[in-house]
Design a protein around this ligand. Structure first.
Ligand code: FUB
Ligand code: ZN
Length: 621
């Protein structure tokens, strides 16, 4: 049984970003933020009680494939595993979530399940490090996986699977100190380096494959491996996979073979627009941001800044959802943002949180968390039921109760044949406390408000903070600060775009069309203070002493929002927001409710729903 020790706090800091490796702002690991009350405390409870064990149960078919693969490799008679390009990756994400859950709440049964599953995975890995069940067992579907290993890198998902394995391995090592999965991951990474960048006589006729994967993920995962182990090779590999993208291989076709589909149309440094498959794209951008954060260079900053501007000004739904083109699970043309036909995959919203968090840590600008927060509270959280065991893969902004938009369902599903989304939202919720605070030597950033307790280690003192709030239900936040000694430092409080401008979120795509009393107020020890805004943070720079109390009031009236007139689908309509929450109108069993969007489809099957309300409807009422 694991013990919560200093060890995993340090290991986790290394995994998510820490001084030893990163030049950027340092996050407080989620294990160091104790949720005490309110919204996230409740979500976390459901996550630990329901979602994590539920996901483990649904991981069984993928575990069975490893069992058969291990038997096959050992030379025993066995039924061959069914082919699937990436069901292993869904299991790895479940495992990553379990690892995080063990850090928060030790559980012998789950840890045993992890160890047994890891043994099967280790026994399914070839001696040289290769790990992809269908090729190992000799029953690939050549149209999806190629005839031989690494012969169809554009669609096989061989490296995508490994990326998720690496993330799980790093998480489990951080949770327990156990190395078996990390050893599998390191063996795989060294093997991939040899095959892709040096040449291995057993693959590709001995010539380096030198091609970027068709589904990004390994890049950001290699950054985590580097942070965990300090092995420079992994950082170098991440950089090489980024640098060869759109250079050594550019597909030439339509749909999933279009050069933009997997962001292979241009070298990444030259890319300026968010295009192609959304999850692929955002994982790529996250990898680019991670490499910059680690190296302290700005190699990808120009590209990332331009892509971010393009995305927030023309290709994001008001729910923070990404994916206008359901045919390719991808971005559409600028300002093409359908409501009923929107894809807005749960994975894309999760990825949007990961990416914007990485951008914030690199640049210290609150605008990234303004976007992350809207994706998190609306599209991402809609992806999981309040009960924690029913899911949306697809998150439209309108539903008629009949159209089976959600991979064959008109409402939520228990799981999916392609189950990338459920474990993604699960691992995101588990990490959420890690998005609440970050710091430099002399600044504390508060990015996401929640009832919690934390100790922030500044250079000259440790600052204990107790925060109380019902956010996002209301905007009142109270923080008591106890520095270990009187010290001057800056407390930086994120003041969201919806609270200090006439826009709901950065990008000018969604603006308020009503008059309402918005704004914010900050008091320290009962006296209102002027706190200048820097990069979206109100900065309170003073000498702090034990018991200082900061009260932040973010005014949160209900607001009406209109979309940029170039978004044809939202013409003559408005949406309703309150704070970071987008509301929708839902009709279930002839009762109509106005509830936050993230809570829709929790009262019964096949309800009707819409986010954008026609102005005529409101006038008639
Ligand atoms: O291809 C693997 C995953 O399946 C993608 O990330 C999702 O968008 C879904 O297509
Ligand atoms: Zn997904």
């Amino acid at each position: 049984m694991i013990k919560k020790t200093f060890f995993f706090a340090v290991a986790l800091a290394c995994m998510t970003g820490c001084k030893a490796f990163d030049k950027s702002i340092r996050p407080i690991p989620f294990t160091d933020v104790k949720l005490t009350n309110g919204f996230w405390k409740e979500r976390m409870q459901t996550e630990l009680d329901v979602t994590v064990p539920f996901s483990v149960e649904h991981g069984a078919p993928a575990v069975e494939r490893f069992r058969r693969c291990a038997e096959f490799l050992a030379g025993h008679e066995t039924e061959l595993p069914q082919t699937h390009r990436f069901i292993s990756s869904d299991l790895y994400k479940v495992m990553e979530g379990v690892a995080y859950s063990l850090m928060l709440r030790p559980n012998e049964k789950l840890e045993t399940w992890m160890d047994n599953t890891i043994s099967l995975i280790a026994a399914s890995q070839k001696e040289d490090g290769y790990l992809y069940i269908s090729h190992i067992c000799g029953n690939p579907n050549p149209d999806e996986m190629g005839e031989k290993p690494y012969s169809y890198v554009i669609h096989s998902h061989e490296l995508y699977n490994m990326g998720h394995l690496y993330e799980a391995a790093v998480a489990y090592f951080a949770a327990t100190g156990k190395r078996q999965l990390l050893d599998v991951a390191e063996k795989s990474a060294k093997h991939i380096n040899k095959v892709f960048f040096e040449g291995d006589p057993n693959y590709n006729d001995g010539k380096p494959v030198n091609q970027a994967p068709g589904h990004e993920e390994i890049e950001l995962a290699l950054c985590k491996m580097y942070r965990c182990t300090g092995e420079k090779l992994y950082l170098e590999m991440a950089r090489k996979f980024l640098e060869i993208r759109g250079v050594t291989f550019v597909p030439d076709g339509e749909g999933v073979n279009h050069p933009q589909y997997a962001q292979q149309h241009l070298p990444v440094k030259e890319q300026r627009e968010a295009v192609g498959h959304c999850v692929r794209a955002i994982y790529l951008y996250t990898g680019m941001a991670q490499v910059d954060a680690i190296t302290g260079k700005a190699d990808y900053t120009e590209a990332l800044d331009a892509i971010w501007e393009d995305l927030v000004s023309s290709r994001i739904h008001i729910t923070g959802g990404l994916g206008a083109d359901r045919r390719v699970e991808g971005f559409g043309e600028k300002y093409s943002l359908p409501n009923k036909e929107a894809y807005d995959e749960t994975c894309a919203a999760c990825a949007n949180v990961f990416w914007n968090n990485a951008m914030f840590l690199a640049e210290g600008d609150a605008k990234y968390w303004d976007i992350a927060e809207i994706s998190l509270f609306n599209n991402a959280l809609a992806g999981i039921s309040l009960s924690g065991d029913r899911f949306f893969y697809v998150n439209p902004l309108e539903a008629d109760g009949e159209y089976k938009f959600n991979h064959g369902h008109a409402g939520r599903a228990e799981w999916f044949g392609c189950a990338c989304c459920p474990p993604n939202i699960s691992r995101l919720i588990l990490q959420t406390p890690g998005y609440m605070y970050s710091h430099t030597d002399k600044d504390i950033y508060v990015t996401l408000y929640a009832g919690n307790e934390v100790v922030v280690p500044l250079r000259k003192c440790k600052v204990q903070i107790a925060q109380q709030t019902n956010y996002p239900q209301d905007g009142n936040v109270s923080m008591t600060l106890n520095p270990s000694r009187e010290t001057a430092f800056a407390l930086r409080l994120r003041i969201p775009t919806w609270c200090r401008t006439e826009e709901f979120m950065p990008g000018n795509l969604y603006t308020f069309c009503d008059k309402a009393e918005s704004g914010y107020r900050i008091c320290v020890n009962g006296t209102e203070v002027e706190a200048p805004i820097e990069k979206g943070f109100a900065v309170i720079d003073r000498t702090w002493k034990t018991g200082d109390v900061v009260k932040l009031e973010l005014k949160m009236p209900s607001r009406h929002v209109v979309a940029d007139e170039r978004v044809k689908e939202d013409a003559k309509c408005h949406a309703v927001t309150q704070g970071p929450l987008v509301y929708c109108e839902e009709t279930v069993n002839e009762e109509t409710y106005t509830i936050p969007y993230y809570t829709w489809a929790n009262k019964g099957d096949n309800s009707k729903m819409r986010v954008w309300i026609s102005d005529t409807t409101t006038e008639e009422e």
